[in-house]
Design a protein around this ligand. Structure first.
Ligand SMILES: Nc1nc2c(c(=O)[nH]1)N[C@H]1C(S)=C(S)[C@@H](COP(=O)(O)OP(=O)(O)OC[C@H]3O[C@@H](n4cnc5c(=O)[nH]c(N)nc54)[C@H](O)[C@@H]3O)O[C@H]1N2
Ligand SMILES: Nc1nc2c(c(=O)[nH]1)N[C@H]1C(S)=C(S)[C@@H](COP(=O)(O)OP(=O)(O)OC[C@H]3O[C@@H](n4cnc5c(=O)[nH]c(N)nc54)[C@H](O)[C@@H]3O)O[C@H]1N2
Ligand SMILES: [Mo]
Length: 767
């Protein structure tokens, strides 16, 4: 018997070592310094060898026979034809050249949103963008699905610092008394971090905060959006009513003279314009706790008491990303900051706000300000872009005008889509609309390790390596560890690294040298490490030379001596440390946003009723609010076909959690397969009956691979449970144009037909 050897590696859900026997990965063990590892790593060995690996370059049959644009309505339905790498690279290079020559670079969509893998050199999307930039440019995506409304609003209100870093946990532990968490502080979410995680910092710090006696309020439809041990008071508010609750809190502060007028005049602009709205002088409706109670179904007394408590105690107000992935999501962050400003203690320890504590692992993690190694994509000469979540609009409305953050823009005419490291048939809203939009371009090229729904809906699929088949460095701007990622095995089947694929294409197109800069994998990893090491040295952080790093397996940047307190410098000297906003101060009223004249994002934070929520007319037909939050058992759609995620399925379907009241009313028993539907689509899921959900709200996490009963058909039943067949595809507002997935209403019934097979984890049909 040969003994196991271990290869150091890292993933979005944590650093680990791959256990190797006879040249195969047979298991994993978490990085020794991570005291709270995520179970998701256990899914990796099985995923590596999964049946659904793309084994060789594949081309959709009619595209190969008939050329670009052939029977595009058959995408997702037609068989694939295997081709050699040489042929595949030539087909792709020729098609890129044809589209560029005929329609210009703008016609190439390469935004390619997606998380790909943790390694920074082989970061798939960055490799694609670097390649397309050198090819003359492409149409890109700006902002992120995670935080698009936030990206739009925060610079107007607090400058770019609004993205964090937010005050670190150590200072909150020392000085905090109350933590009001809108959307909770979900430990399911803090498993992950882009670039990987050497330690799970939120898991480490929350028990410490609790130990210090901090009181938590969890405002969320799911009780388990905060850990049990925090003993949080649960406010099971109606989803999307958060701005109303915050206004009710703000109103109470004003009525009791508890708002800090000095802070508001010294550090903010526009409170005078917001106040008449709060008091109902502009619209005849005072934003009293009673008013907020009607909208949120949280008792007015609770809102009033909490406002009084917040005024007395050191209070952090947290707002999860999820609140802004909803209709008018911009308002949730804006009102969070306004409420915190009214308390007057922004910039002091144990106070302030954070837009994302609990949304990713690293927020609040005490660490030095050093930039991690990173691959740079360079400049896009075409300068063409869309707001990240407007992909279906781009395809369906070429030439049409739209508004975006004060800009008059139009959608270019797309002839080619190139996706590398993302999964729009996982992440985009209203998948039936995407199926239709996806028929528009002449050609769709995808690099993927696995036969995801996106790969299946492509014309040319190139098999990419997975992370353990190559060397890399993993690092995140919110983690103290930079991790060595060693190649564990040779690429399986005919898989190639994205970098090698683009190097091959660049050779066809005449710019290989500029693309590779003459470096191979090892030289690139060393290069990006050295650049980051030099930058760290400028900040007086000495890190080991590359060889030593590689030998050691990781570097650990030291913990800072002092807690970080967000906006403390601004508080100390608001002239010298002006914010990056037009006034240099926190903008409770924004002249700039007001000047855009948007009805869906006026000049100060405002309660704007979502199109779909429990308070709207749509609820008469679809009475359940669907929360399609992030999954506990995987990252988005990654690892859905492997151990931890598979074990959570009910009769092979994605679990949907619903309250026993809602289940009983529909004669649904635990373990039943149910149909979840609305006017946009229908899917099958497995019922899990709980008392941890607010009645009237169901939870179906994202990430089950879209598995339509009739592939390629608009409106087909998804037999596996991807909630995006149900979510609406419209912008949060003209400001952010972000995704509005968390504003969805549905109905659920027991599924009575014959249960269709799950086919999505197998190889697709081929000739
Ligand atoms: N309804 C609803 N929808 C949502 C959300 C929600 O809350 N509700 N959340 C949204 C959010 S916040 C996000 S960030 C998105 C996430 O959406 P995505 O980031 O698109 O989701 P992933 O499943 O992580 O997709 C990454 C893909 O990259 C592939 N990949 C991994 N490594 C490599 C590699 O080295 N090379 C190549 N070529 N491919 C690789 C993986 O196999 C996977 O298919 O989803 C969004 N969608
Ligand atoms: N395990 C795991 N962790 C992840 C990810 C993953 O796929 N898997 N994805 C990562 C990514 S890319 C991102 S962007 C972050 C996202 O981080 P978040 O956006 O914070 O994550 P969600 O899980 O969508 O939502 C968190 C909670 O908000 C609550 N919520 C939803 N709508 C409302 C509302 O209207 N009001 C209130 N008060 N609460 C509401 C839900 O109960 C939900 O569980 O998560 C990251 N973490
Ligand atoms: Mo995200």
């Amino acid at each position: 018997m040969t003994a196991s050897v271990y290869k150091k590696h890292s993933a979005h859900w944590g650093a680990f070592e791959a256990e190797m026997k006879d040249g195969k990965v047979i298991g994993v063990r978490p990085f020794a310094k991570d005291e709270h590892p995520s179970a998701i790593v256990e899914s990796m060995p099985e995923a590596l060898y999964a049946e659904s690996r793309v084994q060789q370059p594949m081309v959709r049959k009619n595209w190969l026979d008939g050329g670009p644009g052939s029977t595009t309505e058959r995408r997702g339905a037609e068989p694939f034809v295997p081709v050699s790498w040489d042929d595949a690279l030539k087909l792709v290079a020729d098609e890129l050249q044809r589209v560029k020559n005929t329609y210009g670079n703008e016609a190439i969509f390469g935004g390619s949103y997606g998380w790909s893998s943790a390694g920074r050199f082989h970061h798939a999307k960055t490799q694609l963008k670097r390649f397309l930039n050198l090819f003359g440019g492409f149409t890109d995506q700006v902002y992120s699905y995670s935080n698009a409304a936030g990206h739009a609003i925060l610079p107007h209100v607090v400058g770019h610092g609004g993205y964090g870093p937010f005050s670190s946990w150590d200072g909150i532990a020392e000085h905090g008394e109350l933590f009001v968490a809108f959307g909770g502080i979900g430990l399911k979410n803090t498993q992950v971090e882009p670039g990987g995680a050497g330690e799970h910092a939120t898991h480490k710090w929350l028990p410490i905060l609790k130990g210090k006696g901090i009181r938590f309020i969890n405002i969320s439809p799911c009780i388990d959006d905060t850990a049990d041990y925090l003993d949080a008071e649960w406010w099971a508010a109606r989803p999307n009513s958060d701005v109303a609750i915050m206004l009710g809190l703000a109103h109470t502060l004003v009525k009791n003279d508890l708002h800090d007028i000095q802070f508001l005049s010294k550090y903010c602009v526009g409170f005078d314009k917001f106040l008449p709205y709060l008091l109902g002088k502009t619209d005849g409706q005072a934003k009293t706790p009673e008013w907020a109670a009607k909208l949120s179904e949280v008792p007015a007394e609770d809102i009033r008491n909490l406002a009084l408590e917040m005024a007395k105690k050191n209070t952090v107000i947290g707002c999860a990303y999820s609140l802004q992935r909803a209709d008018h999501g911009e308002q949730t962050y804006w009102m969070t900051i306004t409420l915190s400003a009214m308390l007057g203690r922004i910039g002091t320890p144990g106070n302030g706000f954070g837009c994302g504590y609990g949304s990713m692992n690293g927020y609040g993690n005490p660490r030095l300000d050093v930039s991690p190694p990173n691959m740079i994509a360079g400049e896009n000469p075409a300068r063409s872009f869309i707001p990240v979540a407007r992909i279906a609009d781009l395809l369906l409305k070429p030439g049409e005008p739209y508004q975006f953050n004060g800009m008059d823009r139009y959608y270019p005419d797309t002839h080619l889509i190139y996706w590398c490291g993302g999964n729009p048939f996982h992440h985009h809203q209203d998948l039936n609309r995407l199926v239709e939009a996806w028929r528009k371009p002449d050609t769709i090229i995808v690099h993927e390790p696995w036969w995801t729904a996106t790969a299946r809906h492509a014309d040319i699929v190139l098999p990419a390596t997975t992370t353990m088949e190559r060397n890399d460095v993993g690092a995140s701007g919110r983690d103290r560890f930079w991790m060595v990622m060693e190649k564990a095995i040779e690429p399986l089947h005919q898989a190639r690294n994205d970098f090698d694929i683009f190097s091959g294409l660049a050779a066809h197109l005449g710019f290989r040298k500029t693309f590779t800069e003459g470096r191979n994998e090892r030289e690139w990893i060393r290069h990006i490490y050295d650049v980051a090491r030099k930058q760290a040295a400028k900040k007086k952080v000495e890190l080991p030379a590359f060889e030593q790093f590689w030998e050691n397996g990781y570097v650990e940047t030291p913990e800072p001596d002092e807690p970080f307190v967000m906006l403390s410098e601004f508080r100390m000297d608001p002239e010298r440390y002006k914010l990056n906003t037009p006034s240099g101060k926190i903008e409770i009223f924004s002249e700039k946003i007001d000047s855009f004249g948007y009805d869906d994002c006026p000049g100060h934070p405002t309660w704007l009723e979502p199109k779909e929520w429990l308070g709207s007319r749509v609820a008469e037909r679809f009475p359940l609010h669907l929360i399609s939050n992030q999954p506990r058992t995987r990252l988005h759609a990654q690892m859905d076909h492997s151990k931890i995620s598979r074990e959570s399925k009910i009769q092979g379907r994605e679990p949907v959690r619903l309250n026993e009241v809602d289940a009983r009313a529909r004669c649904i028993a635990d373990g039943d397969v149910v149909k979840v539907y609305n006017d946009r689509g229908a899917l099958l899921a497995g019922a899990v009956i709980v008392d941890s959900m607010r009645p009237g709200v169901i939870e179906l996490s994202t990430g089950a691979w879209y598995d339509p009963l009739e592939p390629g058909q608009i409106g087909a039943l998804d037999v596996h449970g991807n909630p995006n067949v149900l979510t609406p595809d419209h912008g949060t507002s003209k400001l952010g144009q972000g995704p509005s997935a968390h504003s969805t209403l549905v109905e659920v019934e027991k599924f009575k037909g014959e249960l269709p097979e799950i086919k999505i984890f197998r190889q697709p049909p081929r000739v």
